[in-house]
Design a protein around this ligand. Structure first.
Ligand SMILES: [Zn+2]
Ligand SMILES: [Zn+2]
Length: 272
């Protein structure tokens, strides 16, 4: 799963400086970088690979250190370097061939505008959660459809199911249509909700992190699904089970859509 990035909305300045102002100033100090047509693709790729890196290290260590394997969801499966290289190759190809030309076109038609003021913290958090909930719903519908219609599965989604045991780098092991669909969902939500460019940027970072964590193959004590109460969030065990069994857990993050449609399963979720 992935997202491409563009920064465009303009907001009026509030009376007091918001808590996020220093962070926004820091972002604005890199204006040249933000306004570059290369920014969306390098940001997306850089953030994605940075989030994958700790899990790659964990995979290499877990193959040798038994105590780390207790956190692995499918502890008998270890990705080889060849499998990792195949995933990285596909990610680079997708970014270069599909995401880069589209982000340049977006940059050309929608110039980057950066307002003076940061968004209010509460408003930014609300915007991020709203974007995630919308993305979760959009991908749930897309995903369900691409499993229920055999032609859609064979043609577009099968490539993401190459590996039945997830590891972080499988996150973006997808074909062109899936890559572009997810990029579109991620890009359109902040625009629909009228988010501040900083909220948009933070949503992209959160979205990339959560999609990598989903595919990490690890159920760690600080995993997001353990921090969100009442089983509202599925996370890595939820999505790993989807890769293993195919017929359940279609929503990427939250559990409500699968629970409502009777496709929710927790079969091999470990409790510790
Ligand atoms: Zn699937
Ligand atoms: Zn997946």
């Amino acid at each position: 799963m992935n997202s491409s990035v563009g920064v465009s909305a303009v907001h009026s300045a509030p009376l007091e400086a918001p808590l996020l102002q220093p962070l926004w100033e820091l972002v604005r100090s890199r204006q040249d970088c933000l306004r570059s047509p290369f920014f969306p693709v390098t940001f997306s790729l850089g953030v994605y690979l940075s989030f994958c890196l700790p899990y790659v290290a964990l995979d290499l260590l877990a193959a040798r250190l038994a105590f780390l394997r207790r956190y692995k969801i499918q502890d008998q499966n270890h990705p080889s370097l060849g499998m990792m290289a195949c995933c990285v190759g596909r990610t680079l190809f997708n970014h270069l061939v599909y995401i880069f030309p589209l982000s340049v076109a977006h940059w050309y038609w929608r110039p980057v505008l950066l307002p003076d003021s940061a968004p209010e913290l509460g408003r930014a958090l609300l915007g991020i959660v709203a974007c995630l909930l919308l993305f979760d719903f959009q991908y749930f519908v897309w995903h369900l459809l691409h499993h229920k219609v055999p032609w859609l599965y064979r043609t577009f989604h099968k490539v993401h199911h190459k590996y039945t045991a997830t590891f972080a780098l499988t996150t973006e092991h997808s074909g062109a249509w899936e890559t572009l669909s997810l990029g579109f969902f991620a890009a359109v939500n902040p625009a629909i909700l009228g988010c501040h460019p900083l909220t948009k940027l933070l949503f992209f970072v959160c979205n990339i992190w959560l999609s990598v964590e989903d595919h990490s193959g690890y159920d760690l004590p600080w995993s997001t699904h353990r921090l969100v109460p009442f089983g509202l969030y599925g996370g890595a065990p939820h999505h790993d089970l989807h890769h293993m069994k195919f017929k359940t857990n279609y929503a990427p993050y939250f559990t409500h859509w699968d629970k409502l449609l009777g496709t929710y399963s927790t079969l091999h979720s470990k409790s510790r």
